[in-house]
Design a protein around this ligand. Structure first.
Ligand code: 4AD
Ligand code: MG
Length: 430
């Protein structure tokens, strides 16, 4: 019977056939141990010289790392095996012998591994990370669908910028200019006025010349947007969402977290409500901590974010930033025009900002003023103003950077491992 490694638990004592690759191999006298993988998991195949044909014994000897094969064997329960099961091999069908697979069990440098990302994905560590990424994506769809959101897909090619013009990717759109989307937010605001509660999940592009362990050039963002929703309600939905996907990963990805050696106690203690600190308080706190390189009105750098996050050790909202350091569309705090109704959610353990969100300006006149201040004269911005003209309502939303979240949940040193094929300042290969 044909099956997969993840399904062998249903076939204990039976003979099954699985399409696999050889991850590793050991021999000891009359036994050959094949570490096999099939994409759904890893399992050890045991080949006993006295129990297989001479031909199959020879085939097992011939197998090299990453050779592909169909293996047939009897499933045995084995408490000591990482998967809990083992395969007593009865026959082997070699599909292809792989010669000189470049990634060997020895240590390789990061650049070498990145050059071989198309193969590196096969390793147990990368496999675990991307399975956790998938779990977060699944939890995202489940959470927002269960909370009455509908998924709306904003365009990738746009005529205008959503988050400022400094890091836009320019392209030609026939004889016109266009940009790759930095954020679908402006379009999601239009969608919220049509559907109430919406969310998107798609790629975002930032031509940032930053070479940090938190920045990708192309990343994936989840952007919910809600009509009739204020700043306070916006924070509630964010903490509920983050807590939900953390819980889902803990419930469903224990094996993967173990492969990564993740200390899960840090994740287990995450629960709502999240602590909050205003930007004003954060500046005071940083000064107390001895940071003399920051003053009211400056944006935080990553050392500042890390200091704040470390103090709380769980995700923390930093609220009400200065109007000047944030995007043009954020609603000012009533009676305090110099700060806006926004929050960044900082992840613990030094992972930095994972969410940026805000209540949006809903007043037509104020938005017109902002258009003047920010020189948003291009006709491609006209439609966004019209959202404030026809039935404008208080509304809020946020964007979660998926890879930042994955890096945090998995405890990665660098964001490059959180996405299948990272686009970095100096890398668009493979
Ligand atoms: O804070 P940002 O720029 O906010 C927006 O784009 C809003 N329009 C979102 C909204 O309100 N709908 O980006 C949101 C999140 C950040 O908190 C971060 O997690 C992630 O996107 N992000 C990046 N992730 C990886 N590489 C980069 N270069 C990133 N830039 C932002
Ligand atoms: Mg931000």
């Amino acid at each position: 019977m044909k099956t997969t490694i993840s399904e062998v638990k249903h076939h204990v004592g039976q003979e099954v056939t699985i399409g696999t690759w050889l991850a590793n191999k050991r021999s000891s006298g009359k036994i050959r141990f094949l570490e096999l993988r099939d994409g759904t998991g890893f399992i050890q195949g045991v080949v006993l010289k006295n129990e297989v044909s001479e031909e199959d014994w020879e085939k097992a000897g011939e197998l090299t790392q990453e050779s592909s094969l169909e293996v047939t064997g009897v499933v045995r329960e084995d408490k000591r095996a990482p998967s809990g099961f083992e395969l007593t091999v009865t026959s082997i069908d070699i599909i292809q012998i792989a010669h000189d697979y470049p990634i060997t069990p020895k240590e390789h440098g990061v650049e070498f591994l990145m050059d071989h990302r198309h193969l590196w994905l096969r390793s147990s560590r990368q496999h675990a990370i991307l399975c956790i990424r998938n779990q977060i994506i699944k939890a995202t769809y489940d959470f927002f669908n269960d909370h009455g959101f509908i998924k709306i897909d904003p365009p990738i090619l746009t005529g205008s910028s959503a988050e400022g013009t400094t890091d836009l990717f320019h392209t030609k759109y026939f004889d016109r200019d266009a940009y790759l989307s930095q954020s679908g937010q402006l379009y999601m605001e239009a969608a919220a006025m049509a559907f109430g509660k919406v969310f998107s999940f798609g790629p975002a592009f930032r031509a940032e010349k930053s070479k940090t362990r938190r920045h990708l050039i192309e990343f994936w963002m989840i952007e919910p947007e809600m009509a009739f929703c204020d700043h306070e309600e916006n924070l509630h939905i964010q903490e509920a969402y983050v807590t939900y996907f953390v819980q889902q990963v803990l419930n469903n990805c224990q094996a993967e977290l173990k492969v990564l050696g993740r200390d899960t106690s840090k994740l287990e203690k995450i629960k709502t409500p999240f602590p909050r600190i205003s930007y004003d308080q954060a500046i005071e706190f940083l000064k107390e901590q001895g940071f003399d390189d920051i003053d009211w009105g400056d944006d935080f750098g990553s050392p500042h974010e890390t200091a704040i996050a470390e103090h709380f050790d769980v995700p923390v909202f930093v609220t009400e930033y200065p109007t000047k350091v944030k995007a043009f569309y954020m609603k000012p705090v009533p009676g305090r025009e110099e700060v806006v109704l926004c929050a960044d959610l900082l992840a613990p353990e030094g992972y930095g900002e994972i969410i940026g969100g805000s209540q949006r300006i809903d007043d037509l006149e104020l938005m017109k003023e902002r258009y003047k201040e920010y020189h948003l004269t291009d006709p491609s911005y006209r439609w966004y103003l019209e959202l404030r003209q026809y039935g404008s309502v208080p509304h809020s939303g946020f964007g979660l950077g998926l890879e930042r979240a994955v890096a945090w949940i998995c405890g990665l040193d660098h964001i490059r491992e959180s996405i299948p094929f990272p686009r970095l300042l100096n890398r668009i290969y493979p």
